[in-house]
Design a protein around this ligand. Structure first.
Ligand code: DLL
Length: 433
């Protein structure tokens, strides 16, 4: 099976746009009627539900931001009474209150459908044994993937994050064919496998569906080569629904956004102006079928670009590029924007460098400084000092030419950078401490 719902996934564009417009109109009427915060924002912007006559009119509506969710904490943006809400999730805010999201029965069903599509798109079938190592709990990764996996009739192992040796034992004993977790956790699993003397080629593992954090193409190659699997990128965020907003197909040439449920736009993050297809900017999503938490023009803070050229897989839904990073993780060094994924791409092209790194930003005097900590292999680390210095110098030159700023590089001992069982931390910004 190539599609879960061919009718929706391959819908002719004209029909798709009609469906989007109808659903958008309904959503706008609903939020205006039932969510005072939306009504207030729309009144302030001088726009009424009746003003939305075409998809282009979406532009007239104000953006929604994480701050709006915070200001209405916990349930203020819900468009249904709590008696209709069957599930609550939240995303762990590093600062302040978490972001709270709610689902009706129908929202949960749609989410499971989207995850079923995503899993099938990445090659899963009802014969798959899916080990789901995304965290179960308030995080949407665990339960989101779980419901989709059950829906397609696969056998799901709800292993959740952590206890890595046990994960590997389960993989061996239960014959896991698909692993779902963050890409950084997949890498860590490989490292532990090596320590346990297990060759991934001896496992039944065929594919991995990785997301919840940015990862470069080079990281994909690294994971695919190490674990001997096909690695697919899955995107989503709790504010919109959770995982399953977008997924790669077998062509791995961008992630198809489920356009029958979401409308995607790219804006200039500085001006808010909508950019034409192909230009890179901030992804903005409108959820047009959500009951509990419909969300209008949500600013994801994720940087990507949209591609509307036809995809060989037959799906008509727009593709988004692999996410470059989120603006929160972007560090501005002397005016230059640096994303961890840019550093990652450079590092993983250099032999002897391990896929573990950390960006440490500090201010000396009035000057910002970026120091990149890079782990090297045992073999390299035991080399003579001169060779290590040469490698350090090579990494520095490669980074400087890719980023266009001066950087410091510090080679660090194997296994000294903290391993991740969920979302990896790539930046320490000492300017903010
Ligand atoms: O991370 C949902 C999810 C779970 C997605 C499992 C995929 C797999 P949040 O915790 O709300 O939800 O975090 C959402 O994570 O705005 C992005 O910055 C980042 N993110 C998610 N998927 C990707 C991806 C889940 N494939 C935030 N590539 C988003 C890059 C991603 N960044």
């Amino acid at each position: 099976m190539i599609y879960w719902d061919q009718e929706k996934e391959c819908m002719p564009l004209e029909q798709l746009r009609e469906l989007q417009l109808r659903r958008l109109k309904e959503t706008v009427y609903r939020v205006y009627a039932f969510v005072p915060a939306y009504q207030k924002k729309m009144d302030e912007a001088g726009v009424k539900p009746d003003d939305i006559k075409t998809l282009d009119d979406l532009k007239k509506l104000p953006f929604t931001t994480k701050q709006d969710l915070r200001d209405n904490y916990p349930f203020g943006l819900f468009a249904v009474p709590m008696s209709e809400v069957v599930r609550i999730h939240s995303s762990s805010g590093t600062t302040g209150k978490p972001t709270v999201v709610g689902y009706t029965r129908k929202d949960i069903d749609i989410w499971a459908e989207l995850m079923a599509r995503a899993l099938i798109s990445a090659g899963a079938t009802r014969h798959s044994v899916i080990q789901n190592a995304y965290g179960y709990g308030l995080f949407t990764g665990g339960l989101g993937v779980h419901y989709g996996a059950e829906k397609i009739g696969a056998s799901v192992i709800p292993s959740s994050g952590g206890n890595t040796k046990r994960q590997i034992m389960l993989m061996q004993d239960f014959g896991t064919t698909i692993l779902t977790c963050t890409p950084s956790y997949a890498l860590f699993m490989y490292e532990v496998m090596k320590e346990m003397g297990i060759d991934p080629a001896d496992l039944k593992l065929k594919a991995g569906i990785f997301g919840a954090e940015p990862w470069s193409e080079n990281m994909r190659r690294e994971i695919e080569n190490n674990l001997k699997i096909d690695a697919y990128d899955i995107y989503g965020l709790s504010e919109i629904i959770g995982p399953g907003v977008a997924i790669e197909c077998s062509y791995k040439n961008g992630l198809h956004i489920a356009e029958d449920h979401f409308i995607a736009e790219i804006i200039d993050p500085e001006t808010g102006e909508v950019l034409e297809d192909g230009r890179q900017g901030e992804l903005v999503i409108t959820a047009i079928t959500k009951e509990a938490l419909p969300i209008i023009r949500y600013r994801t803070r994720d940087l990507t670009a949209l591609d509307r050229t036809p995809c060989a897989c037959g799906r008509t839904h727009v593709r988004m590029q692999k996410v470059l990073g989120r603006s929160d993780d972007m560090v501005i060094i002397r005016g230059v924007n640096v994303f961890p994924s840019m550093v990652e791409s450079v590092l993983l092209n250099i032999p002897g460098v391990e896929p573990y790194y950390l960006l440490v930003v500090d201010r000396r005097g009035n000057l910002d400084e970026l120091e990149v900590h890079v782990e090297v292999s045992e073999k390299i680390f035991s080399d003579e000092i001169r060779k290590l210095e040469e490698l350090e110098d090579l990494i520095r030159r490669e980074l400087e030419s890719a980023l266009g700023i001066g950087v410091k590089v510090r080679l660090v001992e194997p296994k000294s950078i903290e391993r991740s069982e969920g979302k990896a931390k790539r930046v320490i910004d000492r300017r903010k401490i």
